[in-house]
Structure formats: structure tokens, C-alpha cells
Design a protein around this ligand. Sequence first.
Ligand code: TRP
Ligand code: SF4
Length: 402
Amino acid sequence: MSSEAKNRVLSGMRPTGRLHLGHYHGVLKNWVKLQHEYDCYFFVADWHALTTHYEDPKVIRDSVLDMVIDWLAAGVNPANAKLFIQSGVPQHAELHLLLSMVTPLGWLERVPSYKDQQEKLRERDLATYGFLGYPLLQSADILIYKAGSVPVGEDQVAHVELTREVARRFNHLYGREPDFEEKVDTAIRKMGKKNAKLYRKLRKDYQEKGDQEALQVARALLDGQGNLALGDRERLWGYLEGGGRIILPEPAALLTPAAKMPGLDGQKMSKSYGNTIALRDDPGDIEQKLRTMPTDPARARRSDPGDPARCPVFPLHEVYSDEARKQWVREGCTTAGIGCLECKQPVIEAILAELAPIRERALEFAQDPQLVRNILREGGEAARDVAEETMDEVRAAIGLNY
Ligand code: TRP
Ligand code: SF4
């Protein structure tokens, strides 16, 4: 992996509805943090949404801008991350097509989400070519930016794994230029006498003695060579391990800590369970949802003691309350010392306080959709530049540069 790839992060989200607190705690807070640490690319995966919603694409169209508004409201900052729409970068589709040539059908059929989703979404006909290719399109999304890290949840790890295999196969098939050794030689000489000698020695130490440290040092040496063209750097990177040129570096999954955000019924917050609080829900509605959410059924009357372990409110305290307040709940609940509304009050206040600035920012962006479109346009331009650069290399590697 070259240093450039290590520092680039890419992630996408399907536009299929309003975002809720589960997205905020599970994904967006992480993106906001990552944008300060990496060169981040975040995109709206509208083509991916189309693989399951091809019969009713209106929801996609209606969700794209709102979703990006929710990202911005949550603190994703276009000054720190490129934001764009997948279908605005047609190079994703071109790479997807070329990758499809080298991807065995069995690799796609074996991706766990393929059968899982088909069974889960029985009301949709997902026996389509596009749906089978879902994870390969995702591979193209990732590889076209040579992203080093892909922040995803557990359910997407298999897709990143497939991406690695496809990249490896692609590099194996097309990374061997006929004049590879010659080009490597020229590139090594560009580093200057001293560094060239050091590079050759480190490579030898790694190849002959399996010296991992030599490999690391050699990679660091390459990273420090500002005057090497990208193609040469990748050749020398590949040459270290003996193979050909690495055209598409393998990404790593950056596993997002499992979203702990519970919904209004104690299950994980999710649109399909109908237990969500949307980021832009009206504060009055949020309060109402929380006041009426179920509690431990044992507390039919105020004087009945309860058990926080059997109550969906307590998981919310786990997110929003410190130890002292959780102790207050345990004590008050099991002794019927507090009422359920009293118990819910601090959670209601914490959620309203958390969402107030998000809602306010969202409403501002919603009033200026042109600003949001401009952000997406600029992000799209930057993304296309990088994507086209990769496609140039990819086309050349296959020989499609007539
Ligand atoms: N499949 C992802 C999801 O459902 C969305 C996605 C599409 C994605 N392309 C991606 C995520 C590339 C990470 C990287 O959540
Ligand atoms: Fe749930 Fe709190 Fe009521 Fe106990 S007091 S049942 S934890 S809402």
C-alpha cells in the first residue's frame, strides 16, 4: 500500500430515506472524526440504492439532497472531506465493468449479503444482474480512489474482503508490463546513488531473509521520494515483494465500533423496525415518542417496582447518562422510588440537546439547496479528477489506450 492510499478513506451511504440517531451514532460521528485524520471521500451511493429500488427510484431521488444535508448538519465538513454523488462520477461504472471481466461468478455468489438480502427483501425481485454485482460495484468505488481504509460496519466486511481479492487478481493479470524490469531499473536510478543502493540492499534483505523490517524501511524510503512519479513509485513498491506493479492497492476495512444506539423498543435503531428518532424530527414529536415508548411491563402502576434490565429505556441511559444517574435509575426503578416519566426525563433532555444544533444546521442547509448542490458539484469535480487518473492507469494496464 503506498502512503497515498494509506491516508485516503472512502465510504458511501445508500440514499433510501431520512437519517436517524442510529446513523448519527453508528456512522456520522465516526466520519466527522475521520475527516480530521485522513483524506476523506464520502459519497451518496445512488447506483447501489438502485440495485434494490429499481422499481421505485423516486425515494432515491427524494433522499439524496436530504441525506447530504443530514451529513452536513452532523458536522461532516466539505472543507475536510470530498462529498459527492456516485452517479456523477461515471468512472465508477467503467471500472466496475472492467473488474467484472476478471471476477469469477462464484466470488459474487458466495458473498453472504447476496443470499441474505434476497431472503430478507422477499417482496423485491433481486434475481438481477445488477444486484449480483452490488459488491463488485462497491469494489470499484473503493479501488478507483486507491483508498487505504474503508470505514464500514460488520455487515460490509465481506465486501471489502472481496475488493482485496479482486484487486489482487487485477494486479496479477495486468501489473506485469513486458518491460517491467527495465522500468524498475530506470526508476531506481531516479532516486539518486545513495538511495538506489539502499533500496536494492533492503529489497535483497527482505527477499532473501524475509526481513520484515527491511520491507518497512524500504517502503518508508519510497514514501520519502518526492521526485518519483506515481507510476514509478508503484513499480518500486511492487518490485519489493517481487511481483509486478501494484495498480490497484488493496484496502483495509476500518471496522466501525458496532452502533450501540438502541431504538424506542430496545432493539437496534433501524428504519425497518419503525423504532427511530430522525435527526430532523420535530422536538415535540421526539418528546412524545419518548414519553410513550414502552417500559418494563411489570410497572403497570407507579407503585410497582421494575427492573431496568427489562426496560428499553435503560439502554438509552447507557448512551446518555453517567454512572451516578444510572445508579439513580436502578435504585429508583427497583424500589418504585421514581416514576417512568421521571426516569425518561433526563434522556429526553439529552436527546433534544444533542439534536438541537443538528436540526438547526439542517434547516439552514435545507433553505439553501443551491449551496448543497455546489458542495456536491465541487466534491464531484475533485472525485472525477482522482478517478480519471486511476482509469488512465487501468486502461493503459489492460492496453485500452489506443
Ligand atoms: N454497501 C454500503 C452500505 O450498504 C454502501 C457503499 C457503497 C459503500 N459503496 C461503498 C460503503 C464503498 C463503503 C465503501 O452501507
Ligand atoms: Fe424503565 Fe425507568 Fe420505568 Fe424502570 S423507571 S421501568 S428503567 S422507565
